[in-house]
Ligand binder design. Structure first.
Ligand code: GDP
Length: 442
């Protein structure tokens, strides 16, 4: 989970403040010392931390804050605002060329995630903006780079342009010509990377930039390498004047230093974040939502967006009706499970819930296992059994357990849970019915 270490330490600093009630300047100083340490441990660059603490302290020691009724809350608010502005304020978009195709050049060190994220981004632009992207294989050095791009392109059903080991500038130019001819309004150039920043690589990238004048140069950096990612960003920006950053592997980054330092150090915004290996694990970067996640206040907006994308609203209405009439079946239960799973891993979803810290997430993986088990059991049932679990006698249960590789007790447990849920909805419907009729004095 992203940022769990930082979130935990910041929460503990704020908790101490809250416990104090009235605050003095020295309480604030002590809290700032803890926040400073937390940020340094998160691998945020030293100068960024220094400026951040200075800005927060100046605002926090104002009489207005210290004398407010909830000074600790006022300080959390200031930290939140400063985190948002540290990460760039608003979210930044890709520049779309006035004459198609829009050419996006993906650059970065080897292994940062260029190839994967070129495809992810092409998929996102198709889904959100109705674009018709083309992927172009300009990495002619790494064995299998072209094949890798073809594999991800195929998975997303996005065309891939390649010319084998031809000169990368020639490939880029030919890809753009190909896009014009075939009606592709966006071209993503997957360029070569090296293990370290080196001159030959920068010269090659500069030559491509010169030749095709891309609308956007996006630097792909791996969040897990912390300050090294920030240094790489600086080097690439000096050589190529990049337009923005795609920060990948945030799902595995417990510290968060890169996310917090890149904008301040390079002046260039993070535009997208990679949150997992799957090809739809990419999100537009919203500094305000990220600040909220870092402070353990969740990210309800992203959660709602995910739900809206994933859930069929018409179906949700039907389900609500079924629940009311107490006709919610195991098939409905299964459909719900599949939709929830489609929203992302439990770990990721819980991380967006307000008030949940890393400790609360420890059991999350187990729950995910339980979900898969439930899914497997329901899948082993016949449609008739899913509609009417009452017909499940012991021989049917045995068959179901054998079908999904589990035990009869597992089947029984699921049925018990389902039964309890039905009971609960029955009671809730009754209660809400009574309330509507004014029996509770409302
Ligand atoms: P390239 O050398 O820059 O083209 O990097 P690749 O696209 O080949 O990615 C390197 C590895 O990182 C691959 O195994 C990807 O699946 C993985 N990867 C890329 N983005 C993410 C991400 O957001 N999260 C995780 N966990 N893995 C990622």
């Amino acid at each position: 989970m992203a940022f769990e270490g930082l979130t935990e330490k910041l929460s503990s600093a704020f908790k101490k403040l809250r416990n104090k009630g009235r605050l003095t300047e020295s309480d604030v100083k002590e809290a700032m010392r803890e926040i400073r340490l937390a940020l340094l441990e998160a691998d945020v660059s030293y100068k960024v931390v220094k400026d951040f603490i200075k800005a927060v302290t100046e605002k926090a020691v104002g009489t207005e804050v210290l004398e407010s009724l909830t000074p600790a809350q006022a300080i959390v608010k200031i930290v939140n605002q400063e985190l948002v502005s540290l990460m760039g304020g608003g979210s930044a978009k890709i520049t779309i060329a006035s004459q198609p195709p829009t050419v996006v050049m993906m650059v970065g060190l080897q292994g940062a995630g260029k190839t994967t994220n070129a495809a992810k981004l092409a998929g996102l632009m198709r889904k959100q903006n109705g674009k018709r992207p083309l992927l172009a294989a300009c990495d002619i050095y790494r064995p299998a780079a072209i094949q890798q791009l073809e594999v991800v392109g195929k998975q997303l059903d996005i065309p891939v342009f390649q010319m084998g080991q031809e000169n990368p500038v020639t490939i880029a130019e030919a890809a753009i010509a190909h896009a014009k001819k075939h009606g592709n309004d966006m071209v993503f150039l997957d360029t070569a990377g090296r293990l370290h920043v080196d001159e030959a690589l920068m010269e090659e990238l500069q030559a491509i930039k010169q030749a095709v004048q891309p609308s956007e140069i996006l630097l792909v950096v791996d969040a897990m390498i912390g300050q090294d990612a920030v240094n790489a960003a600086k080097a690439f920006d000096d050589a190529l004047d990049i337009d923005g950053v795609v920060l990948t592997k945030l799902d595995g980054d417990a510290r968060g230093g890169a996310a917090l330092s890149i904008k301040a150090v390079t002046g260039k915004p993070i535009k997208f974040v990679g949150m997992g290996e799957k090809l739809d694990n990419i999100e537009v970067f919203h500094p305000d939502r990220m600040a909220s996640r870092i402070l353990g206040m969740g990210d309800v907006l992203t959660l709602i967006e995910k739900a809206e994308q994933q859930f069929d609203m018409q179906k949700a209405q039907e389900l609500a009706e079924k629940l009311k009439k107490n006709r919610f079946t195991l098939q409905d239960y299964y459909d719900q499970l599949v939709q929830v799973k489609g929203m992302g891993s439990m770990d990721e979803l819980l991380g967006m819930m307000p008030g949940l810290n890393a400790k609360a997430l420890e059991g999350a993986t187990i729950n995910e296992k339980a979900l898969s088990r439930t899914e497997a059991i329901i899948l082993s049932m016949t449609p008739q059994e899913r509609e009417n679990p009452a017909i499940l006698n012991s021989s049917r249960k045995k068959r179901i357990a054998a079908g999904c590789g589990l035990q009869v007790v597992d089947v029984n447990r699921l049925l018990k849970e389902f039964g309890m849920m039905q009971q609960m909805t029955k009671q809730m419907t009754k209660l809400s019915g009574k309330r509507r009729k004014g029996k509770f004095g409302k």
